[in-house]
Design a protein around this ligand. Structure first.
Ligand SMILES: Cc1ncc(COP(=O)(O)O)c(C=O)c1O
Length: 341
């Protein structure tokens, strides 16, 4: 049986044209800094986000972890959101790799405010860990692809600046925010010391993220990338996929958003949409199951040909992406009605 796969936007396969770009890529040894396409990709993402330098890394997780390691000291505290990827899905990395403690704050729809952060700050006193970094996630995955409002980011950044605290953005899906908001990527980037952008989610590359920031931060991250075993060699073939994605797969995210909206409308009609439909802002749709029967529902979807992601007993997630086309949208709506109707 061939399935419609809405578990994640990471399930996409490189298109024929992307594979051609990879096949034709010239390569060099990137540990020597000699892979031209990697250098081009790093510079390109840094420019797009208004930063001095970039570093190509294997995953979004490594990118976030390098950002934390290169901008904190062991014993520091990092403020993040309670349902953020960094706090929930990165294997406790900050404790081991950076020796920092996370201070997660629960926020409405994943959106922290400067007031909330100010309240959570530790006093300057020897009893307390000192906050040295704030991390935000845009779009916010677990909140359902929510776009961080720019004024909220501006407020947090102004507060962070006043306290001499650095800011990191987990921008795994930043381009979804860019397309949904119509803002320039640098409008977001300007407010952060470092930004991680994933190429392997909505952008459809098979692998890779780019961490950008000021030259000193990226230089430190480069050293830690080597230490963590992330130095790679002839990876121009991967950079070529990333460059192709930047050229061809950003504008089309609007299609993913439109299809997610259509799915959300169906879920709303059926009574299973978790939040007000205004919160379906990008490519993620959250369904709520008050009876806690998501495992059973997942199986029914699977038997009907649709793969979904079970977040917990009460929540299922659908994610639209490059390999999810109009015919599959129609079929998915039929399946949603058949299983939930
Ligand atoms: C918001 C967010 N950040 C980081 C990551 C980590 O990316 P990777 O799976 O490449 O490590 C993910 C993965 O889905 C994510 O959703």
């Amino acid at each position: 049986m061939s399935y419609i796969d809405l578990r994640s936007d990471t399930v996409t396969r490189p298109t024929g044209a992307m594979r051609t770009a990879m096949y034709q890529a010239e390569v060099g040894d990137d540990v020597y800094g000699e892979d031209r396409l990697v250098n081009e990709l790093q510079e390109r993402v840094a420019n797009i986000l208004g930063k001095e330098a970039g570093l190509f890394v294997p995953s979004g997780t490594m990118s976030n972890q390098l950002a934390i390691r290169s901008q904190t000291q062991p014993g520091d505290e990092v403020i993040c959101e309670y349902s953020s990827h960094i706090f929930n899905y990165e294997g406790g990395g900050p404790a081991l790799l950076s020796g920092v403690q996370l201070h997660p704050l629960l926020a409405d729809h994943g959106i922290l405010t400067s007031e909330q952060i100010a309240r959570a700050m530790r006093p300057t006193d020897h009893h307390y860990a000192q906050t040295s970094l704030i991390t935000l996630e845009n779009t916010h995955n677990r909140a359902g692809g929510v776009v961080y409002p720019l004024p909220v980011i501006e407020d947090i950044a102004a507060y962070a600046d006043s306290q001499n605290i650095r800011m990191h953005l987990d921008g795994a899906r930043l381009m979804n925010s860019v397309i949904a908001s119509g803002l320039d990527p640098s409008a977001f980037g300007d407010h952060f010391n470092s930004v991680s952008l994933c190429l392997s989610k909505g952008l459809g590359a098979p692998v890779g993220s780019v961490l950008v920031g000021d030259a000193e931060c990226i230089n430190r991250a480069h050293r830690f990338r080597k230490m963590f075993g992330g130095g790679m060699r002839q990876i121009g073939i991967l950079a070529a996929a990333g460059l192709y994605a930047l050229d061809h797969h950003i504008e089309r995210l609007a299609d993913d958003h439109q299809r997610a909206k259509t799915l959300a409308e169906t879920c709303l009609e059926l009574g299973y949409l978790e939040n007000d439909i205004a919160w379906t802002q990008t490519n993620i749709v959250l369904l709520a199951f008050p009876d806690g029967n998501t495992a059973e529902v997942e199986l029914k979807f699977k038997q009907a040909g649709l793969l979904v992601s079970v977040v917990n007993d009460h929540r299922i997630r659908l994610v639209t992406h490059l390999d999810f086309h109009e015919e599959q949208l129609h079929r998915s709506i039929e399946i949603l009605k058949q299983v939930l109707g």
